[in-house]
Design a binder for this molecule. Structure first.
Ligand code: AQP
Length: 329
């Protein structure tokens, strides 16, 4: 099991948590799990150095606050394991230019950057992601729906390498839960909640003041109908709220539909706002506790990098060997 998250926005948003991090926490109990803060992906767009450093620590603190346990998983920072960049280069040499050009996340992100400002790093970041996954021989990758195409690319490249040089890499599958595969913007439920595309009112940042979060939930866009029913096509706003409440409360969507029969959207929003406040209040406090203890944080990361490197170095050495790169004596 392998997954990663960017340290770019400061606070994680609700989409990051429900789409990915929540699954990471559950899966550490049953799988040999590697989770990382992907700072090398973050630098595909310009970053302020001091901010990047602070946000990397903040991302680690949030992962711990969400429930990752360094005794149960390997938690590390991507740049602490140089094999990512090294296998990334190998994968670049295996990827077709046209193949990389078809990645929709690159198209979206480069459009936001402006064609002249998008870097080669941004163009090849899906290929670095391939290396991230293959280094750990991951069977499954818990991510949101927006990452599905990158897992497909990973599968293609793993099979290509194995076909050309002999069985080397495990071919991974995406691990995407239907209910939380895509959390939508609260103001525009046609688009995914995203740190760069959402309006501030449509984006729930987990570290925001809980009062702000409650207000955003209460002003979420719904529709002119009054029935609380899950219908992603006809009632995207209400369906999004139902998915979020269902996951946070553990009640299936059908139970929620029954519970709100004959009630208005106000009741649903009030309960969801309450559930959100209940979730973010201790999350914020725990994050702050980890931030207040940088030595412990650094010790966790040092141990994580050591464990990750042991696995990554073995995969890289085998890859180089299969390809005929002369070993250093
Ligand atoms: N709206 C979402 N619904 C479900 N899952 C989501 N993820 C992101 N948005 C949603 C999942 O979160 C994980 C980490 O993604 P990331 O490192 O790309 O984080 P991000 O850059 O903060 O995500 P954004 O907001 O989507 O960034 P931009 O605006 O740059 O595109 C991944 O598993 C992702 O699927």
């Amino acid at each position: 099991m392998l997954s990663g998250i960017q340290p770019t926005a400061g606070s994680f948003h609700l989409g990051n948590y429900l789409g990915a991090v929540r699954q990471w926490v559950a899966l550490q109990e049953t799988h040999d799990a590697f989770y990382m803060v992907v700072d090398l992906h973050a630098i595909t767009i310009p970053q302020d150095p001091a901010e990047l450093r602070a946000n990397t620590r903040l991302a680690v603190a949030q992962l711990l606050a969400a429930g990752l346990d360094p005794e149960r998983c390997t938690l590390f920072v991507q740049s602490h394991v140089p094999e990512h960049a090294q296998l990334g280069w190998v994968m670049n040499c295996l990827t077709g230019f046209g193949e990389a050009s078809r990645m929709t996340q690159f198209k979206d992100k480069s459009a936001k950057q402006g064609a002249d400002r998008a870097t080669v790093g941004l163009f090849t970041y899906p290929v670095l992601q391939v290396a991230d996954i293959l280094l750990y021989q991951a069977n499954q990758v818990p991510v949101g729906e927006d990452q599905r195409q990158h897992i497909e690319l990973t599968r293609d490249l793993a099979e290509r390498f194995n076909g050309r040089y002999g069985q080397t890499f495990t071919v991974p599958a995406p691990y995407i839960l239907k209910e939380t595969a895509k959390i939508f913007d609260l103001q525009d439920p046609a688009v995914k909640m995203s740190k760069s595309a959402s309006t501030p009112k449509g984006l729930i940042n987990l570290l925001d003041d809980p009062k702000v979060t409650a207000k955003k939930v209460k002003s979420a866009v719904t529709d002119t109908d009054t029935v609380i029913r899950f219908d992603a096509e006809k009632k995207p706003g209400v369906s999004n709220l139902l998915s979020i409440l269902s996951t946070l409360s553990g009640s299936p969507v059908e139970d929620l539909e029954r519970r709100y029969e004959g009630k208005g959207y106000g009741a649903l929003k009030t309960d969801l706002a309450e559930a959100m406040v209940e979730f973010v209040t201790p999350f914020r406090a725990r994050t702050q506790q980890y931030l207040d203890d940088p030595e412990t944080l650094d010790a966790i990361l040092a141990k994580g990098a050591e464990k990750a490197r042991a696995v990554a170095a073995e995969t890289l050495a085998q890859t180089y060997d299969r390809m005929g790169l002369l070993p250093a004596k």
